[in-house]
Design a binder for this molecule. Structure first.
Ligand code: ATP
Length: 255
């Protein structure tokens, strides 16, 4: 049986103050699915993650999480319902150790449980446990990215929003970070990932969703689309066959 829909976005419109970026996004995400959001620069991918996490100006439509409307909730309330977010770019405390960073990430958790939750995450990420006393800023980009994922996972989310984890990482580090994301998916976590590294995203994701100009223009299994077709879709918003049909149609009209 298919997994139930856990995140349901209907005709979502959102942006920044008076600026409209999402122009009616509709997307259903079943529980436990690993979805890669892709598309050209400025398509609104990061804005979609931020909108789910309550960080943009919501302008219309609806977002339901486990059946409950969350589109007008504050970020801390969304976090409290089991959604966690790893922003794009470095977002740790570079002059603090790995374990101190994890304790900072536990700021919403009551004092008595901070150490237990920190240790739970260190157990989940043994490579970080080995470096628990290292200053975050002294670690490699890949290790820092893993730390940032771990900081979000400390909230024990059911849905993890991850924005461009591969930026600036070596291919080997990208592989490690994505393996960890797959491992989290295998524990039942739902993952919504924004990724420019389309090759890698297509390798790991269960489903690819392509955004362009604030709208979903393609939604399907990565196996249904080649890398070349994906690039064309990014640029033109249309699949090769559709463009050829359109060209044939306009040629026949001009004859
Ligand atoms: N805080 C903000 N205030 C105003 N405009 C913003 C803000 N953040 C993003 N934008 C604008 O929103 C549009 C969409 O940006 P977004 O980051 O969602 O795109 P993206 O698809 O993730 O692109 P990229 O792959 O380049 O990160 C861009 O035109 C961007 O300049």
């Amino acid at each position: 049986m298919d997994n139930p829909i856990t995140l349901s976005i209907r005709d979502a419109r959102a942006g920044y103050a008076t600026l409209d970026i999402l122009n009616g996004v509709t997307l259903d995400v079943p529980q436990g699915e690993f979805v890669a959001l892709m598309g050209p620069n400025g398509a609104g991918k990061s804005t979609l993650l931020k909108t789910v996490f309550g960080m943009t100006t919501f302008k219309g439509g609806e977002i339901k999480w486990q059946g409950e409307h969350i589109e007008r909730l504050a970020t801390r309330e969304i976090l409290g319902r089991g959604i966690s977010y790893v922003p794009q770019g470095r977002c740790n405390f570079p002059l603090m150790t790995v374990q101190e960073n994890l304790e900072m990430a536990a700021y919403t958790i009551r004092d008595g449980k901070v150490k237990a939750e920190r240790d739970y995450v260190l157990e989940l990420f043994p490579s970080l446990a080995k470096r628990r006393k290292t200053l975050a800023g002294n670690m490699s980009g890949g290790e820092q990215q893993l730390l940032e994922v771990a900081m979000a996972v400390l909230q024990r989310p059911k849905l993890l929003l991850v924005d461009e984890p591969s930026v600036g990482l070596s291919p080997a580090a990208v592989g490690i970070v994505f393996d960890e994301l797959l491992r989290l998916r295998d524990t039942g976590m739902t993952i919504l990932l924004v990724e420019q590294n389309t090759k890698k995203a297509m390798e790991v994701a269960d489903r690819a969703v392509i955004l362009r100009l604030g709208e979903v223009i393609w939604d399907g299994s990565p196996a249904e689309i080649t890398h070349d077709e994906l690039g064309e879709l990014f640029l033109t918003g249309k699949m090769r066959g559709e463009r050829e049909l359109e060209a044939a149609h306009s040629n026949s009209l001009s004859r």
